[in-house]
Design a protein around this ligand. Structure first.
Ligand code: ATP
Ligand code: MG
Length: 138
């Protein structure tokens, strides 16, 4: 089963989170710059002409499609690297993924999102998938 992690994190935590994910073997991911607010509804800034409300704050959304076997380790890694303990640390959503297809090879499912040496391949080495098969790391 493939899962999608959608993590909404602080802009200034992106490098820490990326680095932590790379260390556990997460290779494929994408990143969006988004704007939104959580339950505080934004923040109040104080300027020279008084205070004003900023209701949409810039956040980073990270999407990762991965095997469910690596879900908890990856969530734990994001929790550890994205947290400051202050409000606005973000949220993580998890979805079930119907299908993934690598266009070049037509590989489907887990094989489509697996790269040599990544977290998924390491867990499956010697089991379902042979290492270094027809996959690439581009
Ligand atoms: N229900 C939601 N659906 C989709 N995105 C959301 C939702 N709630 C919050 N977000 C997104 O998550 C971002 C971060 O929210 P935030 O960390 O402030 O959550 P929170 O629930 O207010 O928690 P905290 O109390 O720690 O601040 C928001 O800027 C917004 O982009
Ligand atoms: Mg909040």
């Amino acid at each position: 089963m493939l899962k999608k992690i959608e993590a909404i994190i602080r802009e200034d935590k992106l490098n820490d989170v990326k680095e932590a994910l790379r260390e556990i073997g997460i290779v494929g991911l994408n990143v969006f710059e988004i704007r939104g607010h959580g339950r505080q509804g934004g923040i109040t800034l104080v300027g020279r002409s008084g205070s004003y409300q900023v209701d949409m704050l810039t956040k980073i959304q990270l999407n990762i499609i991965l095997s469910e076997h690596n879900l908890e380790e990856t969530i734990e890694t994001i929790l550890n690297s994205a947290a400051t303990g202050e409000t606005g640390d973000g949220l993580i959503f998890v979805y079930a993924v119907e299908e993934a297809i690598r266009i070049r090879t037509r590989q489907r499912g887990q094989e489509a999102v697996m790269y040599p040496g990544d977290i998924d391949e390491r867990k499956h080495r010697g089991k379902t998938y042979a290492p270094g098969g027809d996959v690439d790391s581009r």
